[in-house]
Design a protein around this ligand. Structure first.
Ligand code: TNX
Length: 518
């Protein structure tokens, strides 16, 4: 797989760090307004909660309660710090947090706003026994602040995913895009098709899924049971995170095809193609009725398991040459008046879109889904190829999530040093490259920004965390903070403050490099 092989590189200059500054505000992402006031609030052992928020404060208090003891009554007022939750007109997800010399107050108008107030307060609590007096007024830049994890190429445990969800929430990310299927494996238990996980969830074990391994490294992998999915969805919901499952079709489907050959094979198909990752048998066939039965069955179970409003259907990287030698596809083309493979892909995706719409779900797709031009404009597109593609897809009329590979693919190597693990196909991405990404807003409203972690090379949790942190913090700041508040030297200094917090979370992050002045 040369896709996975790093290019030969010359010696790499030491990484640059920006000039040292002392940040005014320790928070990541940096809030819209932060006014440092005179004085400090000495923290008592317990917060005495006085709330007029009712159930809108539940998420916030549950989150806060894990960091600091809470109570709703006190015998001795000197032993508690009053914490007030006030309802106040303000935009969705926005909050105002006031740390006064005697008490903490936060106000918001929805559960998410109170939750993010609590998230900021928990970050401030990390500064020690005294909180700095301050007033914070904050609201997100984007509605969609995503993180995509590829659990297909390598299986990541439920425990690891919970840990990542916790980290996401503490940096105010709110959408977990869960890449569950790919060529290498199928990770989601589907009751109607046990073979999908009996066969498709295991790599390296035999000649069926991975003949290239020969006797191979031995069987490895795993899948998410329906109960595991429910646990993850519930854990995410408690952190104001919506889970977006991805079933990647029609390309990247080799594991499904090898697991269910009776549904998806057409022996007379003379098409010949090769995917970016060198697979020659990884694309579903839109000309076969079995493909639609498969989709109906899988999507019914997906909609039953995932309560969120979105389902991602992939649509990336369908190789050239596919379908054109398939009699079934030729028949469909004649019948529908199609002339290109793109139209066939559009046919399949719009079928999925209609199927999802009947269950009240909106389809999301990678950039290539926009190119068939068959989809209803409610479809949401993840623009991934390069920063300029965001505006291109917007111009086609679709709402867009900016996911440009050179800045938001955290599987890229940190640098071109031969010792750095990671992919190189879209360049390398140090913290500054990730941080300096600014989405192009000229083409209109953008739903948001998303970080991606593909996992071809992530065989362990340590490796995963090394690639992701602290780059995820850079993506989170771009997704939440207004462009005018972003400041690279200031961010760098705040990441320094956050390293001990990442350590406390037992995250195997890549430490900031102690190095030369720029
Ligand atoms: C491209 S981005 C892919 C993935 C790979 C990734 C590696 C996209 C929609 N497809 O299949 O894992 O590059 O960086």
């Amino acid at each position: 797989h040369d896709f996975l092989v790093p290019p030969h590189t010359a010696p790499v200059p030491p990484e640059k760090s920006p000039p040292a500054v002392t940040p005014v505000c320790p928070l990541i992402p940096v809030p819209r307004h932060f006014d440092r006031r005179e004085g400090v609030l000495p923290l008592a052992g317990t917060f005495l909660v006085v709330s007029e928020a009712g159930s809108l404060g539940d998420l916030a208090l549950r989150y806060l309660g894990q960091a600091h003891p809470l109570s709703t009554s006190a015998r001795d007022l000197s032993e508690v710090t009053p914490l007030r939750l006030l309802l106040q007109e303000c935009p969705l997800e926005a909050y105002r947090l006031t740390v006064g010399p005697k008490e903490v107050t936060f106000s918001a108008s929805d559960a998410a706003g109170f939750f993010y107030g609590a998230v900021s307060l928990v970050q401030l609590l990390a500064s020690g026994t005294h909180l700095p007096c301050c007033v914070i007024e904050d609201a997100p830049r984007y509605r969609h602040r995503g993180f995509m994890l590829d659990c297909a190429r390598h299986f990541h445990s439920v425990e690891e995913i919970r840990k990542l969800l916790d980290a996401m929430a503490s940096y105010k990310l709110n959408r977990f895009h869960w890449h569950l299927t790919d060529d290498e494996a199928w990770r989601l238990e589907i009751g109607a098709y046990p073979a999908l996980t009996d066969i498709g969830a295991w790599r390296g074990h035999d000649e069926v899924l991975e003949p290239q391994f020969g006797s191979g490294p031995g069987r490895y992998g795993g899948y998410y049971s329906r109960q595991a999915v429910r646990d993850i969805v519930a854990h995410a919901a408690a952190l104001n995170i919506t889970v977006i499952p991805e079933i990647d079709i029609p390309g990247h489907s080799r594991a499904a095809i090898r697991s269910l050959p009776e549904l998806l094979a057409e022996t007379e198909d003379r098409s010949s193609y090769c995917s970016v990752q060198y697979y020659r048998d990884n694309v579903l066939n839109p000309g076969l009725p079995g493909t639609y039965t498969f989709l109906d069955t899988v999507l019914a179970e997906v909609c039953a398991l995932f309560p969120g409003p979105w389902v991602h259907m992939g649509a990336d990287e369908v190789p050239e040459g596919v379908w054109l030698g398939s009699p079934a596809c030729k028949a469909l083309m004649v019948q529908a008046g199609y002339r290109t493979a793109r139209q066939l892909q559009g046919h399949l995706l719009s079928y999925a879109q209609q199927r999802l719409a009947r269950s009240g779900r909106t389809l999301i797709g990678w950039e290539e889904a926009a190119e068939g031009c068959k989809l209803e404009q409610s479809a949401i597109i993840c623009a991934w190829t390069e920063p300029a593609s965001t505006a291109r897809v917007r111009a086609l009329g679709y709402p867009v999530i900016a996911c440009p590979a050179p800045h938001t693919y955290h599987d890229l190597a940190w640098s071109s040093a031969v010792t750095e693990p990671g992919l190189h196909w879209a360049g390398t991405a140090d913290l500054e490259t990730c941080y300096r990404f600014e989405p192009d807003e000229s083409a209109g409203d953008l739903l948001g920004v998303q970080a991606q972690l593909w996992s071809e090379l992530l065989g362990s949790a340590d490796r995963l965390e090394y690639m992701l942190f602290p780059r995820l913090l850079a993506s989170a700041e771009t997704a939440w903070s207004p462009a005018s508040r972003k400041d690279w030297p200031d961010f760098y200094a705040r990441v320094k403050l956050h390293q001990p917090l990442l350590e406390q979370r037992r995250i195997a992050f890549r430490p900031l490099q102690p190095c030369a002045v720029s």
